[in-house]
Ligand binder design. Structure first.
Ligand SMILES: [Cu+2]
Length: 853
């Protein structure tokens, strides 16, 4: 097996600093290899037309492959495109899984590949069904053969049809790949004349258009106009504007006055429009629906009372915000109140919501389901219930088979009992514990995000603390690969340290100090910006930002945000590739109205590729969609716009769109699996070889007609067999691969769902006994209710270094800008009012220099 031609590019993209010198030296060679590929480029597939017989009944270097419960035949056929032999795969019955003829996974047969390179895979095929997919496996030099990814759905084709698709960049540690076409539905697939050629786009070479610091670490700017509202919710809308929801903004005064606000920020001109807000949406849940409107669920019915008889209360109301009219419209009520609920959109457009506090400030154990079809919340009895309390803002991430991964990231306290993370199967109504989350009771206001690309099903959880015990927040990260049969979190790299302001100005972090209130933002080059945070409960901002590379699993420290952004902050990607950050609400009850914007290093790296046309903005699953670009790109993706609050945005995702390249005309191959890219509006980015993204175009994935599964247990759709002639009617609308027309094979589509995470060994819990609610401490927010107004947070536990004395606590409160602090009753649990005059840290309690005034 000959090695592929040596294309003289250094490893590209993100590992820029070390690569700069190498690239400069290699430049002449790079230019040479940029010439159009010669026709003689070798086909890397051995026995590409099945003409050489093997030792058994399969042709040389081809094997039968696939999984699941189905009846199948895989055998050579004389119905060939070229030569005398082709390969026929037939499914006669199917409950689940796929079948394929696959390049034999051996050193003799599987083509060698180079890390970072891309390869054009092509073949000729006939198919009775569109439920096919080009599937690639990769040989990991340490782990052996693994499933890698599905890159292209082939439409039905009565006559031999050519198709071609480019692989993503070959991941590190990969030395060979094997590939074939998987058949997911009852029907017949015939393939022939496979080809694989190196199609690596040479790196344009190092460019730095800013200062050296900007090119390496990006740059923050603080905007001249302040955010007019105390918003802790940020939702990027499909018109490019940003909805900032404050409600009462955690201000008891505004709440008492009935002053509830939202603002719409327009990045185009930097303006804010404050809009009428019908209810106190402070600490609601939110998600963009399939049509791009925003579903806002629950919010704040009441602040805790001064006597500590009840805590925060969540109402049952729910609203839809329409970006077109910038107005809220009421929906039907939820079944329960949910202050701090989760909200996850599913592959069929439904929304599942869990957790939060009820109208009586106890914990809600009621799962809520928004029906896309009915456009309303369903009654409790129509929704599978486990009667579990999922905590507050539980991070519930949709998996590729429709199950939900609870990452263990949450807000307040310890999170749920158990290992800290679990997989919830809605159909089976079971919860299975997932092991490995480090320090699981100190992941309050950590950030979890599905890493790019969504196809890889990896989740990272970063940092966190605990407002009940108030230790220094940690630097831990944990990464889980949900493609494994029995996935478990593995420790990831430690968060880089920055500076922390403990009250006397920023000083370097020491020891194990990390941060909670972390924001995680998917960037269009396939990395993740983590930014913002604090060391303790609503105190001690940490100034540190870094970019995580999911390929190398490393952090690269970048410029820190100059603003303090801890509790009630959020950060999110704008369609122009910059990141906006807003909000900070420390324990003294104040609010930081400054807004900062980050330009990542890729914006200082030369001309951006431009998407010059998008053939259609309405996209179907499993289709190919044509765009044109003004310069070469190496990848394109959909990024779901942010709907973020309290470090939590479980719907944020980056969905790779494998390319079919014909010069400046690019066909984008859209996944057939709605669970990988739930319906809705997405930002479409194109990215060049140096990791520089285009400005996004907005495209829409509609709700699949066939609906989709809510859980792995319902994935088996049996589709009737079709004859070859039976597909002829639909051929006119189908892609022929090279002509680049858009295809809509959706009607016949069985999503390419994999059998990942199918052998869980964790403890399984079924539904609990039906109950009303979970008891919750009124101090759940980590604030001692005996002192001050409800929006002032005297911590129930002070940070570890604060002396356990009246003087020590008063000094800390004074250092953290707490003003005059009255007792709400006679109780003085923190011993701040030694003389009993009703004033904490006052005259007669502590010497003058420790007093609050
Ligand atoms: Cu909050």
């Amino acid at each position: 097996m000959p090695a592929p031609p040596s294309v003289s590019t250094a490893p590209r993209g993100r590992r820029r600093r070390s690569a700069l010198l190498t690239l400069a030296l290699l430049l002449p060679a790079v230019l040479l290899s940029a010439a159009p590929r010669a026709a003689a480029d070798p086909n890397l597939v051995t026995n590409p037309g099945f003409e050489t017989a093997g030792s058994g009944d399969m042709p040389y270097c081809w094997s039968r492959s696939g999984w699941g419960d189905n009846e199948f035949v895989i055998q050579p056929t004389t119905d060939a495109h070229g030569g005398s032999t082709a390969m026929e795969v037939t499914l006669t019955e199917r409950l689940e899984g796929d079948r394929k003829a696959l390049i034999t996974e051996s050193a003799e047969c599987a083509p060698f590949v180079e890390e970072g390179h891309q390869y054009d895979l092509s073949l000729w095929y006939k198919a009775t069904t569109g439920s096919n997919s080009v599937t690639i496996f990769r040989h990991d030099t340490t782990l052996g053969w693994q499933y890698w990814t599905d890159v292209q759905t082939l439409g039905p084709a009565a006559a031999y049809t050519y198709t071609e698709v480019r692989t993503p960049e070959i991941p590190p540690g990969t030395d060979r790949i094997a590939w074939g076409v998987s058949l997911y539905a009852v029907g017949t697939l015939i393939t022939d004349d496979y080809s694989m050629v190196d199609a690596t786009v040479p790196d344009p070479g190092p460019v730095c258009t800013g200062t050296q610091a900007e090119c390496e670490d990006g740059a923050w700017e603080v905007l001249p106009t302040e955010n007019p509202v105390r918003s802790m919710h940020s939702v990027v809308l499909h018109n490019g504007k940003v909805l900032l929801i404050a409600g009462s903004g955690n201000s008891e005064e505004l709440f008492a006055a009935g002053t509830f606000t939202s603002a719409v920020y327009d990045p185009a001109d930097g303006s804010y429009t404050v809009i009428p807000t019908p209810d106190d949406m402070f600490c609601a849940g939110h998600v963009q629906l399939a049509d791009g409107r925003v579903l806002v669920m629950s919010g704040n019915l009441a602040y805790p009372d001064a006597e500590g008889t009840h805590g925060y209360e969540g109402y049952k109301d729910s609203y839809i915000f329409d970006p077109a009219t910038e107005t809220y419209t009421k929906t039907n009520d939820m079944n329960d109140g949910h202050w701090y609920p989760s909200a996850t959109i599913l592959g069929n457009g439904d929304v599942l919501s869990f957790g939060g506090l009820r109208e009586d400030s106890t914990g809600s154990v009621t799962a809520e389901l928004w029906s896309h079809e009915q456009q309303q919340w369903l009654p409790t009895w129509q929704v599978n219930q486990t009667w579990s309390f999922w905590g507050l803002y539980p991070s519930m991430i949709l998996m590729q088979d429709g199950r939900l991964f609870y990452s263990g990231s949450h807000v307040f306290g310890n999170g749920t009992p158990g290992t800290g993370a679990s997989i919830y199967d809605y159909g089976a109504n079971t919860i299975t514990e997932v092991p490995g989350l480090q320090n699981k009771d100190e992941r309050d206001q950590s950030a979890s995000v599905l890493l790019p690309p969504a196809q890889d099903q990896k989740v990272i959880t970063m940092g966190g603390g605990n407002i009940d015990t108030n230790p220094d927040a940690n630097r831990l990260t944990d990464i889980i690969d949900l493609t494994q049969p029995d996935p478990a979190y593995e420790p990831g790299p430690l968060l880089p340290q920055g500076t922390v302001d403990l009250g006397d100005g920023p000083v370097p972090q020491t020891g194990d100090q990390g941060k909670m209130y972390v924001s995680a933002v998917l960037l269009p080059d396939g990395t993740v910006l983590e930014t913002g945070g604090g060391l303790h409960n609503r105190a001690d901002p940490v100034y540190e930002s870094s970019i995580f590379d999911p390929v190398t699993e490393t952090f690269d420290p970048v410029a820190p945000n100059p603003e303090a952004y801890g509790y009630h902050s959020s950060a999110f990607l704008l369609p122009d590739g910059r990141v906006m950050a807003t909000g900070d609400n420390p324990g003294d009850g104040s609010w930081n109205h400054n807004v900062s914007i980050y330009s990542p290093p890729y914006l200082f790296r030369g001309d951006r590729p431009q998407i010059t046309s998008v053939a259609a903005t309405e996209w179907d699953y499993g289709s190919t969609q044509q765009i044109t670009v003004d310069s070469p790109i190496v990848k394109a993706e959909l990024i779901r716009p942010a709907a973020v609050t309290h470090s939590s945005d479980p719907n944020q995702r980056f969905v790779d769109l494998p390319l079919t390249v014909n010069g400046s005309t690019i066909d984008l191959n859209v996944t057939s699996n709605p669970n990988l890219a739930p319906p809705g509006w997405y930002m479409l980015f194109a990215v060049n070889a140096d990791g520089v993204p285009s400005i996004a175009e907005w495209v829409h994935l509609g709700v699949p007609e066939s609906g989709t599964m809510l859980s792995a247990t319902t994935t088996g759709h049996d589709h009737g067999a079709m004859t070859l002639s039976g597909t002829e009617d639909s051929l006119s609308t189908l892609s022929t691969g090279t002509t680049g027309t858009t295809a809509s094979p959706e009607e016949d589509l069985v999503p390419a769902v994999q059998d990942f995470a199918g052998s869980l060994t964790g403890e399984v819990r079924g539904p609990e006994k039906r109950r009303e609610s979970e008891p919750v401490d009124v101090r759940i927010a980590g604030c001692e209710r005996a002192y001050g107004a409800a929006d002032v947070c005297v911590p129930t536990a002070f940070p570890p270094k604060v002396a356990d004395t009246t003087r020590g606590r008063c000094a800390w409160l004074r250092q953290h800008d707490f003003g005059r602090l009255e007792l709400n009753g006679t109780e003085d649990p923190l011993r701040l009012d030694r003389n009993g005059d009703g004033l904490a840290c006052g005259k007669g309690d502590v010497p003058k220099r420790y007093r609050l005034t």
